[in-house]
Design a protein around this ligand. Structure first.
Ligand SMILES: [Zn+2]
Ligand SMILES: [Zn+2]
Length: 638
């Protein structure tokens, strides 16, 4: 959450849980003041996972102090004081702050310095209020729960430091974090989920399962995919390619970089420059010659030195290349490469495109925030009449994927424009905005998709949908964004011949249901806790002979050959160690299915099946088991 001051309107939109957590922040301040009455408080908002309060205090608060503070907080909750709102004039508020009585249990020798500063920053005319619970009084616009007793369960979690208002020129404060819930059951569930998430951490499992790695010499945020991780990537691509092929997509391939001009046309430069890797300046033969002869040519042609300099810069600019941060401009060029008619539409160009984004090093986080990413990208060029059906088909594709991956909870955040900000924040196309938004809304409603509408958050060039999914343990991930674009195709001069033989500009839908490999695999690792279904498992089948007699090994090899011929990733643990050791190793490596072979299996033409996490499933005929494995993998059974 940013430290930016929220408007009154935004504050009133606080959800119930945010209200409760913000109230817990007041109770936290109350508790701290009972121990350290000199504490000076700054801001105490709710955040995504709880709340914090920033405090200036000579004593350094550490987790050892939490018990003591929590005990004071419990007393305040038990007292069940009402949260009382009192409107004040600016002068009254300033007077209270000067007397040290804001963010305090009463007047104090030192003024409430941060509250004073905050009051001075409140715009003229905005109502000022204080909130009281018991003898604690704070400057606050609210809202709060009715009484301190409404805070059913809370816990202090950690301390960090933060500059006042996030500005390093300001004093450094202690930020005390906590979380709060309606009741203890919900809080316990939350901490259990966090514990489970830690076990499922994609960085931890990624290392243990040898899926991916990072290397300082390669560079931060640039994942290297080990063979096991590469299996995941290739299985996902196979799924996407099959699905997109069936849905009428055409595959394309584009290079990883492009000249500066492309991004000027797309509008990414200069606005998006901070998120792109700095450009490469190529000094080619032609431009060197050009630079050498240019002064003479310019002089002879009567071109002024300033004009000559400008022309030279332009020449050099065209030799500046950027790593691509998005695939759209390349795809637009592919649309433009061939004359298009209405008969070609809808045209769906798909590519698992590799993009590069210059994320700040402090922002990098495992696979979740990286600098190179492979995107399940496609751009659908269509007419306004085709838009609804195309958009619906994209949504159906999402639902299909959710089913395959067992994603039961998801939400589409549908961001729309604000008619009052057309021409500023949103491209000035009132009719097209209305039409596409109505169509998107209609499709979402009719298909029963779980969505919320968020006004005023659309992209500049059209409405967008952010897709959030919840992992098996209930953690939320944003995996993909769909966008409708009715401005950029025009910037690129994209046209098609209409039935009436006139020229028209297509709409473009950007979509990436499987997001990027990096983020989606990060999600899948947590979702499955690394126990991937058979079709995705890097190691699908391992054959474990009991002993190393030749006939048994021959039997193992013939089973492996049959499985591999059908595309199943099968291997043999032919070592001479005990069978228990082989099973343990396979279980540790999360091999999906183990086929244990003993003398009796060989004689009966059987295999003993063991599935990771499910244990021994008994001996069954060889042919039956092999066929079942092949079917399960091909149908991507969960
Ligand atoms: Zn408050
Ligand atoms: Zn795009």
């Amino acid at each position: 959450m940013s430290d930016e001051r929220k408007t009154l309107e935004q504050r009133h939109q606080m959800s119930d849980i945010e209200r409760l957590r913000h109230s817990a922040a007041h109770v936290l301040a109350t508790g701290i003041l009972r121990i350290w009455p000199e504490a000076q408080f700054a801001a105490g908002p709710p955040v995504e996972t709880g709340f914090y309060y920033d405090v200036d205090l000579p004593h350094r608060i550490s987790p050892e102090d939490f018990e003591k503070i929590e005990a004071e907080m419990k007393k305040e909750i038990k007292a069940n004081h009402p949260f009382e709102r009192i409107p004040l004039s600016r002068d009254e508020a300033l007077k209270m702050a000067e007397s040290g009585a804001l963010g305090a249990l009463g007047p104090r020798p030192e003024p409430s310095k941060f509250k004073l500063d905050i009051i001075r920053g409140i715009p003229e005319g905005e109502e000022i209020s204080i909130y009281r619970n018991g003898d604690f009084t704070d400057l606050c616009a609210g809202p709060h729960v009715m009484r301190t007793g409404n805070i059913g369960a809370f816990k202090l979690t950690h301390v960090a430091s933060a500059y006042y208002k996030g500005d390093e020129k300001n004093p450094q404060l202690q930020r005390i974090y906590g979380t709060a819930f309606k009741n203890k059951t919900e809080m316990d569930a939350w901490f259990t989920m966090l514990e489970e998430a830690k076990k499922r951490d994609h960085r931890k499992l990624g290392k243990e399962m040898e899926l991916f790695t990072f290397d300082d010499d390669v560079g931060p945020g640039l994942p290297l995919w080990l063979p096991n991780g590469t299996v995941l990537i290739e299985e996902l691509e196979k799924l996407a390619k099959e699905t997109e092929f069936a849905a009428g997509y055409d595959r394309v391939r584009t290079p990883h970089l492009a000249r500066e001009n492309l991004y000027i046309t797309s509008g990414h430069l200069p606005y998006y420059a901070d998120s792109m890797f700095p450009p490469m300046q190529l000094e080619n033969e032609a431009s060197r010659q050009f630079s050498a002869i240019w002064p003479g040519v310019a002089g002879a042609a009567g071109i002024s030195p300033e004009e000559a300099e400008k022309l030279k810069n332009r020449q050099q600019q065209s030799d500046r290349y950027y790593l691509k941060a998005m695939n759209c401009p390349h795809h637009h060029k592919l649309f433009a490469a061939v004359p298009r008619s209405y008969r070609d539409l809808p045209l769906r160009l798909a590519e698992y495109g590799t993009c590069y984004r210059y994320e700040q090093s402090g922002e990098l986080f495992g696979l979740m925030r990286v600098r190179s990413m492979q995107m399940n990208d496609a751009h659908i060029y269509c007419t306004e009449d085709q838009f609804e059906a195309e958009f619906n088909a994209v949504n159906q594709m999402y639902l299909k994927y959710f089913k395959i991956f067992g994603i039961e909870k998801y939400l589409m955040r549908f961001s729309t424009h604000d008619p009052e900000r057309l021409g500023q924040k949103f491209v000035d196309e009132p009719a097209l905005w209305k039409k596409t938004e109505d169509m998107v809304r209609g499709v979402l409603e009719r298909s029963g998709i779980n969505f919320i509408e968020v006004p005023n958050e659309a992209a500049f060039y059209g409405p967008k949908i952010d897709v959030q999914v919840w992992s098996a343990i209930g953690r939320e991930f944003t995996i993909a964004t769909n966008q409708v674009d009715f401005a950029v195709p025009r910037r690129f001069g994209l046209v098609y011949k209409t039935r009436e033989n006139t020229e028209a500009t297509p709409l473009c839908i950007h979509r990436a249901p499987l997001g990027t490999h990096e983020r989606f695999i990060g999600f899948l690792i947590e979702h499955y806790a690394g126990n991937f279904p058979l079709w995705l498992a890097p190691q699908q089948v391992r054959i474990l002979p009991i002993g190393d007699e030749a006939p048994l090994l021959d039997y193992a090899h013939s089973i492996m050959a049959e499985l591999r011929a059908a595309g199943i990733r099968a291997g043999i643990d032919a070592g001479s160690d005990k069978i228990n050791g082989k099973v343990l190793r396979a279980e540790e490596q999360k091999v999906h299915t183990m086929l244990v072979l003993g003398r009796r299996d060989l004689d009966a033409g059987a295999v003993s099946v063991r599935v990771h996490g499910k244990g021994n499933l008994g001996a069954r005929p060889r042919a039956e088991v092999i066929q079942e494995l092949i079917t399960a993998a091909q149908t991507r059974r969960a």
